[in-house]
Design a protein around this ligand. Sequence first.
Ligand code: SAH
Length: 214
Amino acid sequence: MTDSFLHKGLRKKLVAGLRSKGIDNEAILAAIEKVPRHFFVDSNFASHVYEDKPFPIGAGQTISQPFTVAFQTQLLDLKKFDRVLEIGTGSGYQTAVLIELGATVYTIERQRELFTKCQEILAQMNYLPYAFLGDGYEGKPMFAPFDKILVTAGAKTVPQKLLEQLAIGGRMVIPVGDSEIQEMTVIDKLSEKKYKTSTFGRFSFVPMLQGIEK
Ligand code: SAH
């Protein structure tokens, strides 16, 4: 796969578009300008992938729209070396953006086909997350607590186990709602029992499902 001047130019345009939509975190914009998003989708979509739209990545799933990736990442308020648990690796694009920003990423995907595919792509680009085939509702207790937890599928409710695996002073970003529309929700863990919840508008994600796809 090549990253041509055309692709680089399209990424510059995409970043300008994100800026006009209110994304103002320069580090995130620089990461989006750097990561070749077209490597993460079927080559049939390569020329369209720099439009601000979601695209199919196989197995009935989608790569999140660039605005959504930027918006969720901005809400995450990353600090260098943050340990981040991502639920829903999907294409691996969001994972790459997090790593580009200096995070150590633990990522869980429940669909075997996507899990295998994204690992290859990420490794080719030298993005090396700790990647797991598993059910995100369980989190990864062995590696907890996490400074940040990012859920990239729509959850009906906030999974209790993920709250438990968040560090005190940590933050979770999770779209919460029914199968069609979710509210972007930020949960700050203030103490072992105290949380502060804020919401940031409506989004539409594929659903967060239970169990591993066989
Ligand atoms: N971050 C991804 C978004 C992919 S869409 C990207 O940038 O491409 C959401 C992904 O969440 C899908 O791949 C879906 O299979 C996965 N998913 C849904 N429920 C899950 C669960 N319980 N555990 C882990 N992954 C899950």
